[in-house]
Design a protein around this ligand. Structure first.
Ligand code: SF4
Length: 307
């Protein structure tokens, strides 16, 4: 069976002709939704680690994180080319001079062929995008924006501190510089149904994003979502539900879009629910099984339904 969606490894092989492995970095930055700037108290599912590895807190520089990470993935996968992935918090939320130094440290490390920059869509200025465009002359650069949902009511309810307009503006400004955009979305946010997931996919298709990361919402300790869950105000998706919703999204994303991720990455010690999301292989198998069952593939509804 040909693959029913375009995954990241296939894209990287097409582009570089070899295995390229991602190394997750923690630059020690923060986020305007956690430092009080946005006045929301943070996203309801965020516990303050900001998906962070904590490496910066352990005193590791970007260069040291890359050396450590590249040695590990070289041993495990035989990879010799690496993506420096600035993942933790908002990696454009600092003065341009500091960002330049951080990106340069990563770009100059042996074997690094790409910079992937994770951030919020309300956290990029024109000078920062110009800086990224400079790096894009030397190596592959992607910007990853957290959107989570295209539904404004959901964005307000989860305390995102930005609306859809910020995402659309940031995406357009980034793509105008020739830099591909990956949107992060979450399925199963409080109050959302299957049609919300489909609508978010339509909005992403219309915005022209080059990549998407999808995961189901999970509850971690110390969050507002945990309190909501414990008082019965939130029910996580079941694995088979998530597989159906994810398949709906895949069907509505154009064929060229790189589906960079379909699973979450909860810290095992922090996960409250649902337990199934720890088993990534089973989640991927469920999504593939759903696509098989429908005998469908990525993009089958992309043109017909694009907004
Ligand atoms: S934008 Fe990210 S780091 Fe900031 S509060 Fe939301 S989830 Fe946490």
């Amino acid at each position: 069976m040909a693959e029913r969606y375009r995954d990241l490894n296939s894209y990287l092989r097409e582009r570089f002709g070899c295995r390229v492995q991602k190394i997750t970095l923690d630059a020690g930055l923060t986020c305007p939704n956690r430092d009080g700037t946005k006045g929301t108290g943070g996203c309801i599912y965020c516990n303050g680690r900001g998906s962070g590895t904590g490496a910066h807190g352990r005193g590791l520089t970007i260069r040291e994180q890359i050396e450590k990470g590249s040695a590990a993935v070289a041993r495990r996968y035989g990879a010799e080319r690496f993506i420096a992935y600035f993942q933790s918090f908002s990696n454009t939320y600092a003065p341009v001079a500091r960002l330049r130094a951080l990106y340069e440290e990563a770009a100059a490390a042996p074997g690094v062929v790409a910079l992937f920059i994770g951030t919020r869509p309300d956290c990029v200025s024109e000078p920062v995008l110009d800086l990224l465009a400079e790096f894009a002359q030397r190596l592959l650069v992607w910007v990853e924006y957290g959107l989570q949902s295209a539904n404004e009511a959901t964005l307000a309810a989860i305390g995102r501190g930005h609306g859809l307009d910020a995402f659309l503006a940031a995406t357009a400004a980034t793509r105008a510089r020739g830099i591909p955009v990956c949107a992060h979305i979450i399925l199963g946010l409080p109050g959302e149904g299957r049609e919300d997931a489909r609508q978010t996919a339509r909005v992403l298709a219309a915005a022209g994003v080059e990549g998407v990361k999808i995961h189901s919402l999970y509850v971690v300790r110390g969050t507002a979502l945990e309190a909501l869950y414990r008082r019965g105000g939130y029910r996580p998706l079941k694995r088979e539900e998530y597989a159906r919703w994810a398949a709906d999204v895949i069907e509505r994303l154009p064929q060229g879009v790189v589906i960079q991720r379909l699973t979450g990455d909860p810290h095992p010690a922090e996960l409250v629910a649902p337990a199934w999301c720890r088993d990534k292989a089973a989640v991927l198998a469920a999504i593939r099984g759903e696509l098989e069952r429908r005998d469908t593939r990525q993009g089958i509804f992309a043109d017909a339904e694009a907004d």
